[in-house]
Design a binder for this molecule. Structure first.
Ligand code: IMP
Ligand code: MG
Length: 181
């Protein structure tokens, strides 16, 4: 079933806005049940910004009172193949030492981005570091990382929407889809 997206592209919907909203509420419950009250949520920008915003409000809905900071990492440089190199585009500002950190990312593919962020937070002496991804895309995992909280296990397609882009397009879509063809 195709859905017309910007630039005249047809997208197949993989996860609808309703499906995502329901799963985000479940994730918030799981996170709140298994992490302490002194939570520092750190979205890995840019792709996770919509997911993280919804997750934060869902965490509020289950009674959590998390702090937030942000890190911006880059590994793609505008292409759809990982370069294997992760670099910090914008770093966190909060003190990390002693905190229970929850890293939030849109999608785990090679795992390099999240492994890099996790190592960075451990090196800064976080008390604990847990990871939450909306999508886990197995099959291309190149490093040994297993996310603690996963929204959906995703087919091995290049997906867009709900914050995720291809060459900076499609982030505004309220669903996750892939380009048909
Ligand atoms: P990794 O470092 O290979 O795990 O790649 C993770 C990052 O690559 C994610 O945070 C995304 O920003 C980006 N990425 C990986 N797969 C996709 C995709 O299918 N669509 C959009 N971005 C993706
Ligand atoms: Mg990303």
């Amino acid at each position: 079933m195709g859905k017309l997206a910007p630039h005249g592209t047809r997208l197949s919907v993989l996860y609808s806005a309703d499906q995502i909203a329901a799963r985000v509420r479940e994730l918030a419950q799981d996170i709140h049940a298994s992490m302490g009250p002194d939570l520092l949520v750190i979205p890995v920008l840019k792709g996770s910004f919509i997911f993280a915003a919804d997750l934060l409000r869902a965490l509020h809905g289950v009674g959590a009172e998390p702090d937030m900071d942000f890190i911006s990492l880059s590994s793609y440089g505008g292409h759809t193949e990982s370069s294997g190199q992760v670099r910090i585009v914008r770093d966190t500002e909060a003190a990390i030492a002693g905190r229970d950190v929850l890293l939030v990312d849109d999608i785990l593919e090679s795992g390099r981005t999240l492994a890099f962020a996790q190592d960075l937070m451990m090196a800064r002496r976080a008390h604990s570091v847990r990871t939450c991804v909306l999508l886990d895309k197995p099959g291309k995992l190149a490093v040994g990382i297993k996310p603690d909280f996963v929204g959906f296990t995703c087919p091995d397609r290049f997906v867009v929407g709900y914050g995720m882009d291809v060459a900076h397009a499609f982030r505004q879509l309220p669903f996750v889809g892939f380009v048909e063809g």
